[in-house]
Design a protein around this ligand. Structure first.
Ligand code: NAD
Length: 315
């Protein structure tokens, strides 16, 4: 990884890609940002627009619309490109079309000589991350997806609000598929060092389990609600991607619930799923093994099975 010039190549300059780019600019996360899209004119327009904001940003980032050859010396290639679901189209058909979009992206990126880290946000993100790994032939540690990073942020926010505690002191994760089978392993949820399940409610009784269930449901359905209200979600995911990027470029060893390949952890193999992992300049340095209860282990196994079955359905 180059230390002197932190370079990111972003493929897909739609709402998600540009929300990410905008937050990179505002936080001066990198020195060079290349925007790539099948719609070149859009990438050019987006580069112009961001460049016109540079003077107000306190950053001297080099931003331009480019080509896949520009990925050769990038530290991270971030993929937010994808096609939207057509009316009447099944989830599997959409998956097949997105798999074909990724074939048109990964091959030229690797041909460019790119030797950094792939970060994937395109949905269904766990499957698209696995496809990226398979097409690139990279070491699995260097291919990660946004996984349940955003879902975990939503959970910490809601728990912080409920318990009236700064979300930064809430340590709880959403794990598994970024989608309907994701879940919260409550046995591992802590406020500072106090397990949430051991907290007392206002009446001196145990914590209100129904409320925790409500919170899980709210996290799981958050994206649907936003999509219903404003058609798509992008700011939150853009900032989650920014957070992962900073963990990589800053060699932070931060724990984030990215989509990582499981290689025996939690008894799972051959699947990418959202799990807490240590992220540094090498990508996923290691998956953190949580002490899940038997029931939570089963929930994770079920979620991984859904992901494996979807992946196999593509071919
Ligand atoms: P969008 O339609 O606004 O943007 C998609 C972009 O991809 C477009 O600019 C399009 O031109 C480009 N594109 C399409 N095919 C391409 C190709 N072959 N090569 C290069 N570029 C290509 O969509 P969006 O709202 O930005 O969403 C992008 C993806 O992010 C979607 O798959 C969406 O579901 C996903 N998403 C993920 C999360 C998450 O938590 N992981 C959250 C929100 C959205």
């Amino acid at each position: 990884m180059r230390k002197d010039n932190r370079k990111i190549a972003l493929v897909g300059t739609g709402m998600v890609g540009m929300s990410y780019a905008y937050s990179l600019l505002n936080q001066s996360v990198c020195d060079e940002l290349v925007l790539i899209d099948i719609d070149k004119k859009k990438a050019e327009g987006e580069a112009m627009d961001l460049n016109h904001g540079l003077a107000f940003s306190g950053s001297n980032m080099k931003i331009y619309a480019g080509e896949y050859e520009d990925c050769g010396d990038a530290d991270i290639v971030v993929i937010c490109a994808g096609v939207a679901q057509k009316e009447g189209e099944t989830r599997l058909d959409l998956l097949k079309r997105n798999a074909s979009v990724f074939r048109s992206i990964i091959q030229p990126v690797t041909t460019s000589g790119f030797n950094g880290i792939f970060l994937v946000a395109t949905n269904p993100v766990d499957i698209m991350t696995r496809i990226t790994w398979q097409l690139s032939g990279f070491n699995p540690g260097r291919v990660l997806g946004t996984g349940t990073t955003l879902d975990t942020a939503r959970l910490r926010y809601l728990l912080g609000d409920y318990f009236r505690i700064d979300p930064r002191n809430v340590h709880a994760y959403v794990i598994g598929e970024h989608g309907d089978s994701e879940f919260v392993p409550w046995s591992q949820a802590m406020l500072a060092t106090k397990p949430v399940l051991e907290l007392k409610g206002g009446d001196g009784q145990g914590v209100n389990k129904e409320k925790l269930q409500e919170i899980t449901e709210e996290v799981r359905t958050a994206a649907y609600k936003i999509i219903e209200a404003k058609k798509s979600t992008y700011y939150g995911i853009g900032m989650a991607m920014n957070r992962i990027t900073r963990a990589i470029l800053g060699d932070e060893n931060s724990v984030l619930t990215v989509s990582a390949m499981l290689r025996g952890e939690y008894g799972q193999r051959d699947v990418f799923a959202g799990v807490p992992a240590i992220i540094n300049k090498n990508g996923v340095s290691r998956v953190l093994p949580l002490s899940l209860s038997k029931e939570e282990e089963k929930q994770l196994a079920d979620s991984c099975k859904i992901l494996r079955d979807s992946y196999e359905g593509i071919f």
